[in-house]
Design a protein. Structure first.
Lengths: 407, 995
């Protein structure tokens, strides 16, 4: 079905045969949890101050990373993100530094988010996750990414953002293409850029059509699209930009996080056993997910840029420096995570940096905090015998075979 | 934005000084219009000249044949560009002056000026000196733009409507600014404000100073030292021991060789270090000798020069100062001068606030420069305010640095150890300074009406206008207009319910309504919205309504109002579990399920809300109580219980609790409240955090607070858990919300009092003991009652009045048999000011004044409820410990219903239920072993079942034991409630939280 879907794309962001959807056989070990985890632990242990090499700065301490994220007027996001985000979506708050426009648009988005009742959407995600597992026999195998986390996240995104129309393959592909360029294409690869522009055009059409349809019908709806349409500070293009910006990060963040959590658990039988034991407890499951992600985060680095010389933890950073906030190392810093090598599900939530912080935390973190544990807990409750390895499509986990236990 | 603080010094013959001065004066101080207009020209990037002055200075050495033409200016950008720009702007007039220099050969003025720039350094290269910028990073254009912005915004802020949240005020200003294209730049992303250096430990300060010292002064030694060390190691390797042979022998050979190398290296370092230390000692000794013998110039300033100076001073908000002094002769002063400049410069980078010289923040730009080819040390300063205030600032705030520099010049007041005394001798110092000054013949200021304080405020207004995103930041922003950011300990009175400030005794009529909310969030919010305007906030003295409400909520009420579960769980467990929760009854000595003494209140689950309705008249109170009840009914809620309260008598002396005692005499006083600001007794003065959440407590800590996630406050109205007063350069919008802020925990207990039984017991004991004690004791029932309570019925203390009440003519003290069985008047209230005779009868220390309990027994109620220093007489620590457990009582007496006895609706406020109310109840009042006693509990509040010892009254004639007593006070109900601050109540009523 997946191959059929690929071939059926009429205006695909990824042309047939493009590597973005071609699972690589690259061993996950090399760039995976072992290497990145070891480096992060070493970084957390030894890089007590920011390290500067010319105009490139690496920040590893938890306090320093938090400070980078908090001092948004010194460490700017617009020079990093604005160009690519505006290219594919138009202005979105994740590409804006603090200003009057940012304040208004951020308020509109967060106000709209708070007006959406997530209960039904999460119940649907839970039901979908359960249904996808139910069809797999005892001792059977499920692709925990392609046939589970990504489609469930896609359904949630459609429900939350009000996207209708495109078929699932095209929808997921377009969103992924835009995400790949917006947040991962720091090197400016033109092929990735081209796919993103094609995907963005599709997304724009879907969103604009739906907004027009609702306006014509005089019904805004109870989802995020509806809540945004009711915001006085946003015109329809603003609604489209907000939805586009949110949509881009909503699916692969979830799928990637779930894949990494499962991969970490699959390599650590004791962790898997403990998480399975606690799978009935929503809070503990969230704690285990956060801890597993701490070993192998979906986003180990956050980039910011200075516009004027400034000082961070006694280190002078010149203007126009790229500052890499190494969130994975920060989450192995014993000052914020005592005994960082131990995984404990009861650590304070605010210490985690999986979804950023400061002015620009992930706006969908409330959804992630509910959906990711739901996806993981459903698998754990069923009983996981074996996980992996991950097959990659570019930077994304594309497939992850997960074998259930036999009773 | 870089700043160039350029000083140019050209030689000039003495005879040419006078015409040069005339040429400079022609430029004007303040600068003439043509020059000023030229210098006010800005580049497209807003770069320009901040200040400039020009001088023809005669050397302080009368034998010197030369003087100096000195141009000092402070400009944006780098030095070379700044000089070129200056020449382009006022090259003609400058050429006319510098053409008089003795080495002027014509040609390009820019080249000439660059050649004569004075290179300032604190090390061995360059001329000794120091430069300082008070507005770092701010260009002339930015300063002027931000001043214009502030001028435009100020009237907008001043003309806004009342009763608008701070964030909305800011939004309205933004909306106005959006309509003004000339100011639209102000809404774009601003540059951050300069940051203060992080606070450092002693090591954190000394280590970088040591490195800086080595780099500044010791570098000439480091190269030869390194060469010798490396050479030695290389030579040593040539003689390295062999690797062969038995392992122990080889290890021994290598260890010996390495040890020898280390010792040799240490020896080399010592060879360098010892002479350095010796030089340092010699320098210090030489300095101390000079300090003891140097000549002091105490002469008054030259009057003509002072008049010349005054003629050009004080023409705007800022002034210019130029002082020329002579560096004392000799190597010692050359070295100490450089040392002084180095340490000021190093400390400025490490610990001074940006733009501040120590504590002084009024200087725009200043510099000390040792002029080339002379012993002249010139000080230039462009500062805000008057010369007198400027010098006084130095004398009080930065005398050490000033002394360290200027004490190296001839005539400075006497110093010690380079940094001490000197400028602290203010009058002599000012004479020295004035005497060293000359009038400034030419001076330009790009913003003559703006002080550094103005500039910083304008910068903060600009940043906040674009960057403030929360109500708390907006409040800080509004304070920039003629106010100041609120210090952490300053309480926000208008956000705090009035009950916290006192019992509202001026509203004598009262009623308690206990309400259960329906399981309906909109209905709960609706009811809150309806009664919110009736709730009393702020210090009660300011209340104008005829009747007001105090609203306290139980945990279930917060849930029903829509507070998310995760936020609710951040409240303390004592509050969540309630007074009748698991284990709490045992702590409190309660038995809510005891069929012998049944509770009148529901005991299985707490009521959702306690509404106290107080009114100036009974009718006002009843009307408001009815309104509250009707609103509750309209929204489907239920008034589950009503407790009517006695009217508070007008006369203070009539305000008795049901046993007939004046009560409420000893109360803690919150610092910063009306009472706390007016002669509060230090024994009873406590920090706001002891009772009001969100403020520092007696230990200086801000206790953990109940919180709400930022996502649940999308309008950003709630107080932030983090400190947002330091500016707008950090994003605080994602910080958790402090939903406890300005709230307090309210304990309510309905206590039935057996006044008859109490007095019968006292009378019986008085009769029994009347012959037991002789003079000066007079055994009456009042005496017995006073021993049990610790105060006489008139409120006077046993500690100060051991044998008679202060008002001993009162009916209670006349004889053993004349006292009626109950109180003389209707019980009323304790929540009002005490009678006048008690005002000064509360500053006693039980431990210091009565360490044996001969006056006030250890077990007496007031000694148990607040031991003061009793457990460790005379100890301030013990007073502090006791004050950790104070409660703020705001109770009233209730009206007994059929079958009930009169009693107290005990109410008290706490910051921490467990540390305060429950601790007092369990550890002090309820303990059988309190203060070394055995088998006794509090005579009033205690349950005496199983307490065989009765009550011990220590006397000079041996201990007297009162017989076991029955229970005089029986709890009939109660609960723990939260008294929310205004913002949380508004937030809950507006329905922002997740449903």
């Amino acid at each position: 079905m997946r191959q059929q879907g690929l071939k059926s794309l009429s205006a695909p962001p990824s042309p047939p045969g493009a590597d973005i959807r071609t699972p690589s056989s690259r061993p996950s070990l090399l760039l995976g949890q072992t290497v990145s985890g070891t480096a992060a632990r070493l970084g957390a242990r030894w890089l007590r101050k920011p390290v500067r090499l010319g105009r490139t700065v690496l920040v590893a301490g938890h306090r320093d990373v938090e400070e980078v994220l908090r001092r948004d007027l010194d460490f700017r996001i617009a020079p990093v993100n604005a160009g690519r985000i505006e290219e594919v979506n138009g202005p979105f708050i994740l590409g804006m530094d603090r200003s009057d426009v940012h304040a208004r648009e951020r308020h509109a988005l967060y106000d709209a988010l708070s007006a959406v009742d997530l209960s039904d959407i999460m119940a649907a995600a839970e039901a979908s996750a359960a249904a996808r597992i139910a069809g797999v026999p005892e001792g059977g195998v499920i692709d925990a990414v392609a046939d589970y986390a990504r489609p469930v996240a896609g359904e949630t995104a459609r429900r939350l953002f009000g996207v209708s129309g495109p078929d699932e393959i095209v929808f997921l592909d377009a969103v992924r293409a835009v995400f790949a360029h917006t947040f991962l294409n720091l090197g400016g690869d033109t092929a990735i850029q081209g796919r993103a522009l094609r995907g963005a055009a599709l997304m724009r059409t879907w969103l604009v059509d739906e907004i027009r349809r609702r306006r014509a019908a005089g019904v805004t709806g109870a989802d995020l699209m509806g809540a945004l349409m009711r915001q006085l500070d946003l015109d329809d293009d603003g609604v489209r930009r907000m939805l586009g910006g949110m949509l881009v990060g909503s699916i692969d963040t979830t799928a990637s996080s779930v894949a990494r959590i499962l991969a970490v658990m699959g390599r650590d039988p004791r962790l898997l056993a403990l998480a399975t034991r606690d799978a009935g407890d929503e809070t503990l499951t969230l704690g285990w997910c956060r801890e597993a992600l701490r070993r192998w985060p979906h986003n180990p680095l956050v980039l910011r840029q200075t516009v004027a010389a400034t000082v961070l933890n006694g280190v002078t950073i010149p203007a126009d420096s790229k500052v890499f906030a190494w969130t994975q190392a920060a989450m192995n810093d014993a000052q914020a995570f005592p005994d960082p090598h131990c995984l404990r599900p009861d650590r304070p939530a605010r210490a985690y940096l999986h979804f950023g912080g400061g002015l620009h935390p992930c706006a969908g973190r409330a959804v992630n905090d509910r959906q990711i544990p739901v996806l993981v807990a459903n698998l754990l409750r069923r009983g996981v015998a074996r996980v992996g390895p991950i097959a990659w499509a570019g930077p994304f986990p594309d497939r992850l075979p997960l074998t259930f236990r036999t009773s | 934005m870089a700043s160039a603080l350029v000083t140019i010094c050209a030689p000039i013959d003495r005879q040419a000084l006078s015409p040069a001065r005339d040429a400079i004066r022609a430029l004007g101080n303040p600068a003439g219009p043509t020059i000023a207009a030229a210098l006010s020209t800005l580049t497209e990037a807003g770069e320009g000249v901040h200040f400039a002055s020009l001088h023809a200075l005669a050397s302080t050495d009368p034998d010197s044949p030369r003087g100096s033409l000195v141009l000092e200016f402070s400009s944006d950008g780098v030095e070379a560009v700044a000089i070129d720009r200056l020449v382009a702007l006022i090259g003609g007039p400058l050429t006319a002056v510098f053409a008089r220099a003795s080495d002027w050969r014509g040609g390009d003025l820019g080249v000439y000026l660059k050649k004569h720039v004075v290179r300032i350094s604190q090390g061995w290269t360059g001329r000794p000196g120091l430069v300082f910028a008070g507005t770092p990073g701010l260009s002339v254009g930015r300063i002027l733009d931000e001043a214009r912005l502030a001028a435009a915004v100020t009237p907008m802020v001043g003309s806004q409507e009342p009763d608008i949240p701070a964030l909305q005020r800011l939004e309205e200003v933004r909306a106005e600014i959006r309509k003004l294209p000339a100011l639209s730049w102000a809404l774009t992303t601003p540059a951050s404000l300069p940051r203060a250096p992080a606070s450092r430990t002693a090591f954190g300060l000394v280590a970088p100073l040591a490195v800086s010292f080595a780099r500044t002064f010791l570098w000439p030694l480091l190269l030869p030292l390194a060469v010798i060390l490396v050479g030695g190691v290389v030579a040593g390797l040539a003689e390295a021991p062999s690797w062969g042979g038995p392992l122990p022998a080889m290890v021994w050979r290598w260890a010996t060789a390495i040890w020898g190398t280390l010792m040799w290296g240490l020896g080399v370092v010592l060879v360098f270090a010892v002479p350095l230390v010796a030089l340092g000692v010699l320098l210090f000794v030489s300095l101390r000798r000079q300090e003891a013998t140097d000549w002091l110039d105490e002469r008054a300033p030259d009057h003509r020069t002072v008049r010349d100076i005054l003629a050009v001073e004080n023409q705007g908000a800022n002034n210019h100062m130029v002082s020329i002094t002579t560096v004392k002769p000799g190597l010692t002063r050359q070295l100490t001068l450089r040392l002084a400049f180095w340490i000021i410069g190093a400390l400025a980078g490490l610990s001074f606030k940006p733009g501040h010289l120590g504590e002084i923040g009024t200087i725009h730009f200043a510099r000390w420069v040792a002029l080339p080819g002379t012993r002249d040390l010139v000080f230039f300063s462009n500062y805000g305010g008057s010369w007198e205030s400027y010098l006084e600032d130095f004398i009080t705030h930065a005398h050490a640095g000033l002394t360290a520099v200027w004490s190296n010049c001839v005539g400075f007041p006497r110093t010690e150890n380079l940094f001490q005394k000197g400028a602290t001798d203010g009058e002599r110092f000012k004479r020295f300074a004035r005497r060293s000054m000359v009038a400034t013949p030419f001076w330009f200021s790009a913003y003559p009406t703006l002080t550094t304080a103005n500039i910083r405020t304008h910068a903060a207004i600009r940043v906040g206008l674009a960057a403030a995103m929360t109500d708390q930041e907006a409040t800080t922003w509004l304070a920039l207009f003629g106010s100041a950011a609120r210090p952490e300990h300053k309480i926000e009175s208008n956000q705090i319910q009035s009950l916290v400030f006192g019992g509202l005794g001026f509203m004598p009529h009262g009623r308690l309504l206990l309400i259960d909310f329906a399981e309906d969030t909109p209905a709960t919010r609706g009811w809150l919205t309806e009664i919110l305007p009736r709730i009393a906030f702020d210090d009660g003295r300011k209340l104008t309504p005829e009747a007001v409400i105090t609203l306290a909520l139980g945990p279930d009420a917060l849930r029903k109002a829509g507070l998310p579960r995760d936020a609710l769980e951040t409240f303390p467990i004592a509050y969540l579990d309630g007074m009748t929760g698991p284990g709490r009854s045992r702590i409190l000595g309660d038995a809510p399920a005891d069929p012998e003494n049944p509770w009148w209140w529901r005991a299985d689950r707490p009521y959702d809300a306690a509404v106290l309705v107080y009114g100036k008249t009974g009718r006002d109170m009843q009307r408001l109580a009815r309104l509250v009840a009707d609103a509750a009914n309209d929204y489907g809620h239920a008034v589950a219980r009503t407790v009517p309260l006695h009217k508070i008598p007008r006369r203070a002396a009539d305000r008795l609790e049901p046993f007939g005692f004046v009560d409420g005499v000893s109360q803690p006083v919150i610092r910063g409240t009306y009472r706390g600001l007016r002669n509060a007794d230090p024994i009873h003065l406590v920090e706001p955090g002891e009772f009001i959440l969100g403020y520092p407590d007696n230990r200086g800590n801000r206790p953990p607070a109940p919180t709400l996630g930022a996502l649940d406050d999308p309008d950003n109205r709630l107080p932030l858990l983090c400190d947002a007063s330091g500016g707008f350069s950090e994003a605080v919008i994602d910080a958790p919300r402090d939903i406890g802020r300005n709230g307090s925990f309210l304990v309510i207990r309905q206590l039935e009092q057996d006044a008859g039984g109490f007095w019968r017991y006292c009378e019986g004991e008085a009769r029994r003991l009347i012959a037991r004690l002789g003079d000066p004791y007079l055994i009456t029932r009042a005496f017995i009652a006073a021993k049990l309570v610790g105060r006489w019925p008139d409120g006077s203390s046993l500690a100060r009045n051991p044998y008679r009440a202060f008002t001993e003519a009162g009916p209670l003290n006349s004889s053993a048999t004349s006292r009626p069985a109950g109180p003389a008047r209707a019980p009323a209230a304790i929540a009002a000011a005490p009678p006048a005779h008690l005002v000064h009868d509360n500053d006693f220390l039980l431990g210091s004044e009565d360490p044996e309990g001969l006056r006030c027994p250890f077990g007496a109620h007031i000694r148990r409820a607040n031991p003061r220093d009793s457990l460790e007489p005379g100890s301030q620590d013990q007073i502090d410990i006791s004050n950790r457990h104070r409660i703020l009582r705001v109770g009233r007496t209730y009206v007994a219903q059929r079958g009930q006895k009169d009693g107290l609706l005990f109410m008290c406020l706490n910051g921490d239920l467990e540390r305060q109310f429950e601790f007092v109840q369990q550890t002090w009042l309820g303990s059988e072993t309190f203060h070394g006693l055995s088998g006794e509990r509090d005579p009033l509040a205690g349950d005496h079942a199983g307490c065989p010892q009765g009550f011990t009254v220590p006397t000079r004639d041996g201990p007297v034991r009162l017989q076991p007593m029955s229970r005089f006070v029986t709890p009939r109900g109660g609960g723990y409630f939260f008294l929310p601050g205004r913002k949380l109540l508004q937030f809950l009523s507006e329905g922002r939280p997740r449903a």
